[in-house]
Every structure is written in C-alpha cells, then in structure tokens.
Design a protein around this ligand. Structure first.
Ligand SMILES: NC(=O)c1ccc[n+]([C@@H]2O[C@H](COP(=O)([O-])OP(=O)(O)OC[C@H]3O[C@@H](n4cnc5c(N)ncnc54)[C@H](OP(=O)(O)O)[C@@H]3O)[C@@H](O)[C@H]2O)c1
Length: 151
C-alpha cells in the first residue's frame, strides 16, 4: 500500500476529497500546484506543497518528492467540465496542453533512479466512454486509498 503520494491538481473537485481520504488513512501527500500558497489553503492536510507548471517547471525539491513517492495521481487540467459548452478548437487546444503536461511529468518520472510504482492519470477521463472511464478511475483511486478491490 502506498505510503507517500504526489497529487498533481489536488486543489480540484476530485483532488480535495482524495487528499483528505489519503491523509486520513495515514498517507503522506505532496501537492503539486501552479499556486502552492493557494493549495495550502485548499488542501491544508498535505505534508508538502510544491510549485509545478504544465509547461514543465519542476524544482529539484519537486523531483525529490516524485522519487520518494509510491504513487502519483495526475488530476490537472484546465476547465472542460465546468457546465459551459466548449467548441472543438478549445477542446483540441486543451487536449494538446494536457497531453504535453502529462508527457513532461512522465518524462520526469522516467529520468528518476527510483520511480513510484503507481501512476493514476485522470486528465481528460470522460470524453470517450464516459461511464466506463470514470468507473475505472474511481476503482483506481479506491485501490490507492484503501488497497481494496475497487468495488
Ligand atoms: N470531476 C469530474 O466529474 C470529472 C469527470 C471526468 C473527468 N474528469 C477529469 O479528471 C481530472 C480531475 O477532475 P476535477 O474535477 O478534480 O478537476 P478540477 O476541479 O477542474 O481541478 C483540476 C486541477 O487542475 C489544475 N488546473 C486548473 N487549470 C489548469 C490549467 N489550465 N492547466 C493545468 N492545470 C490546471 C488546478 O490545480 P492547481 O490550481 O492547484 O494547479 C485544479 O485544481 C480532470 O482532468 C478532469 O478533466 C473529472
């Protein structure tokens, strides 16, 4: 069962309750956020707040938290599920931004001598096969928190 978890996008709808559950079950959570001071207010129970940018900004300290983590949960992304109707160009631009940001994070993970054993990436879950993808995400997060069978 993972003891240390990095959560990217921890300040959002899923991230906030996820962090509460993780810390409540004894995990140490490192929050990666574009605004660590705001993240500290929104997710006060985490053990560390690191600056992260979708453009790739990650300090040596941030890399250290990735190397020490057992799991990484990636929830970051611009608002696509905010109730507003988004045009195709906007969705494509946001999708490219998400692919780029997640790609840079996985490249950083690939460069570590010790890597977390689990990566749960939820960014853009929902655009195809919504229900199946969302249930798969829920099961993966359930396993991460409780070490159960995801039901
Ligand atoms: N909630 C749902 O029902 C649902 C359904 C299907 C799929 N999803 C997907 O699951 C993931 C998490 O969902 P959520 O509802 O928790 O998302 P959310 O509330 O929108 O939070 C996403 C987090 O991403 C960061 N963020 C915001 N704008 C960003 C930008 N332009 N570039 C990079 N990061 C940005 C923010 O963290 P910081 O400000 O701390 O950096 C924010 O807290 C998202 O990728 C979402 O598309 C969610």
């Amino acid at each position: 069962m993972p003891g240390r978890v990095v959560v990217v996008g921890a300040t959002g709808h899923i991230g906030r309750p996820l962090c509460r559950e993780l810390t409540g079950s004894g995990r140490g959570v490192s929050v990666f956020s574009r605004d660590p001071a705001r993240a500290r207010r929104l997710v006060p129970e985490a053990m560390a707040y690191l600056e992260w940018s979708p453009d790739g900004l990650l300090s040596a300290e941030g890399l250290g938290h990735l190397a020490a983590a057992d799991a990484v949960v990636y929830l970051a992304g611009g608002p696509l599920f905010d109730g507003r109707r988004h045009g195709r160009a906007e969705i494509e631009a946001e999708s490219r931004a998400r692919i780029g940001a997640l790609g840079r994070l996985t490249a950083a993970l690939g460069g570590l001598d010790r890597r977390p054993g689990t990566l749960v990436a939820a960014s853009s879950v929902g655009y195809a096969g919504y229900q199946f993808q969302f249930l798969t995400l829920r099961a993966a997060l359930h396993d991460l928190i409780y070490g159960g069978d995801g039901k």
